[in-house]
Design a protein around this ligand. Structure first.
Ligand code: NAI
Length: 251
């Protein structure tokens, strides 16, 4: 488990859920991680004592924060091998109630951030002649879900951006891929369930949408991220990989 020894990774949204688990697996694999989150207290509670993790207070909606995060990682380690664009939020609303604020918040957090981060690290990856970008998108990049106009736009945009960046950066040995999880058992899903009238029924409904009869764990997604971040996937670029127990197949 030291196949990422000497590699430097940036993970956004690392304080909890999928991002935290990805950070843990990257560390186990030997990488040095610069872990970023707007919830900096949570982040330092989780990783403040881990020798190979540096934490960074970052609001990924802000271009200047993203550029400062990339610069901090490069200053610290002189390189960036892996960028995991994971920070994200969900905001549900029918189209008529989708305000400009909601739209901007979701698009900035989920999509613009990934663009800002990629643009900031690619010159360093190019100079190194290699790197990997993993964009944590969603099943919503592939199929529709009610009341998620902004979220669907952000994740669909991420999949499109992944394909274009993968083509442009392939000659520089920089691979760009996206993960498309179904429902994942994280604080994000807890928040959703806390908000509905009957959480038990809502959970059962979510489970039935996944042909494998369960929702995903953060581990399910993090191991796929580790695979895409490692040389084991050295000829895979531009894909949007469903991690959804078959949900994209049609239910
Ligand atoms: P979560 O809510 O459990 O964790 C998200 C993390 O992102 C938190 O630590 C939060 O503080 C951070 N974050 C939010 N806004 C931020 C900002 N402006 N700047 C910096 N950090 C910020 O969510 P979860 O489930 O771990 O989601 C991670 C990614 O996976 C997201 O992009 C989400 O859209 C995606 N995803 C999640 C699914 C789920 O069912 N949980 C399903 C499919 C995709």
């Amino acid at each position: 488990m030291d196949e990422l020894a000497g590699k430097v990774a940036i993970v956004t949204g690392a304080a909890m859920g999928i991002g935290a688990r990805i950070t843990e697996l990257l560390v186990q694999a030997g990488a040095s991680v610069v872990a970023a989150d707007i919830a900096h207290d949570e982040l330092t509670k989780r990783f403040g004592r881990a020798g190979s993790v540096r934490t960074c207070r970052t609001d990924v909606r802000q271009r200047s924060d993203c550029e400062a995060l990339a610069a901090a990682a490069i200053d610290l380690h002189d390189r960036v091998d892996i960028l995991i664009n994971n920070a994200g939020i969900t905001r549900r609303a029918p189209l008529a109630d989708t305000t400009d604020e909601l739209w901007d918040n979701v698009l900035q957090t989920n999509l613009a951030s990934a663009f800002y981060m990629a643009r900031a690290v690619v010159p360093t990856m190019r100079a190194q002649r290699g790197g990997v970008i993993v964009n944590v998108a969603s099943i919503n990049a592939i199929r529709g879900n009610l009341e998620l106009t902004a979220y669907g736009a952000s994740k669909g945009g991420m999949a499109g951006m992944t394909r274009v960046m993968a083509m442009e950066l392939a000659p520089d040995n920089i691979r760009v891929n996206a993960l498309c999880p179904g429902t994942v058992d994280t604080p994000m899903n807890d928040e959703y369930l806390a908000d509905v009238e009957d959480p038990k029924a809502a959970m059962e409904m979510l489970v039935t949408k996944h042909p494998m009869g369960r929702i995903a764990t953060a581990d399910d997604v993090a191991w796929a991220a580790l695979f895409l971040a490692s040389d084991r996937s050295s000829f895979i670029t531009g894909v949007s990989l469903p991690i959804d127990g078959g949900r994209h197949l049609g239910r």
